[in-house]
Design a protein around this ligand. Structure first.
Ligand code: HEM
Length: 153
C-alpha cells in the first residue's frame, strides 16, 4: 500500500478515535450526571479525564498533521474555501473542547473533595452548551472530508 494510503488510514483511524471517544465519554458522563448518583459521577469523571489525555489529545495532533500531509498530496490550496472552512471548524471545535476538559477536571476535583450534584450543576450546563456545537461541527467536518466541497473551486 502507498504512503498516501497509509497516512489516509491513520487520518481516518484518528478521526474515529476523536469522534468515538468524544461521543462515548459524553454519553457516560451525561448518564452518570442524570443518575443523580455522586459516586457514579465521581468514578465516571475520573475516567473521562483519563480518556481525554490518552485518546483525544494525541488524536487532535495526529488529525491535523496527517490532514496537512494529505492536503499537500492532493494539491488542496491553503486559501481554498475547503481549507479555510476546515481549519476554522477545527479551531472552533478546539476552543469548545479546551474549556470542556477544564470543566471535567474541575468536576472531578469537586467530587473528590466531597461535592454534590448542585455544586457542579452550572459547570455541567456549560459542558453541554459547549459539547453540542462542537459535535455538530465535527459532523460538518466529516461532510467536508467526503465531499471536498470548495477544495478546488
Ligand atoms: C475532526 C476533524 C476531521 C475529521 C473527522 C476528518 C475525517 C476525514 C475522513 C473520514 C476522510 C476520508 C474521506 C474520503 O475518503 O474521501 C478525510 C480525508 C481527508 N482529510 Fe480529514 N478529517 C478531519 C480533519 C482534517 C483536517 C484538520 C485536515 C487538514 C488540515 C484534513 C485533511 C484531509 C484531507 C486532505 C483528506 C482527503 C484524503 C482523500 O480524499 O484521499 N482533515 N478526513
Amino acid at each position: 500500500m502507498s504512503a498516501y494510503l497509509w497516512v489516509k488510514l491513520v487520518h481516518i483511524l484518528s478521526a474515529t478515535v476523536l469522534f468515538g471517544t468524544g461521543i462515548g465519554t459524553a454519553f457516560f458522563m451525561l448518564k452518570a450526571y442524570l443518575s443523580k448518583n455522586d459516586e457514579a459521577m465521581k468514578v465516571t469523571t475520573q475516567n473521562v479525564v483519563i480518556a481525554d489525555w490518552v485518546f483525544t489529545t494525541p488524536a487532535v495532533f495526529i488529525q491535523f498533521a496527517t490532514g496537512l500531509w494529505l492536503m499537500q498530496k492532493l494539491n488542496i490550496a491553503f486559501d481554498s474555501v475547503w481549507f479555510i472552512t476546515v481549519v476554522s471548524l477545527y479551531a472552533f471545535v478546539g476552543f469548545c473542547w479546551i474549556p470542556v476538559v477544564w470543566i471535567q477536571i474541575r468536576i472531578k476535583n469537586h467530587l473528590a473533595a466531597g461535592a454534590h450534584r448542585d455544586d457542579y450543576r452550572v459547570l455541567m450546563r456549560a459542558w453541554i452548551a459547549l459539547g453540542v456545537p462542537a459535535f455538530g461541527s465535527v459532523l460538518v467536518l466529516f461532510f467536508l472530508m467526503i465531499s471536498k466541497f470548495g477544495a478546488y473551486a
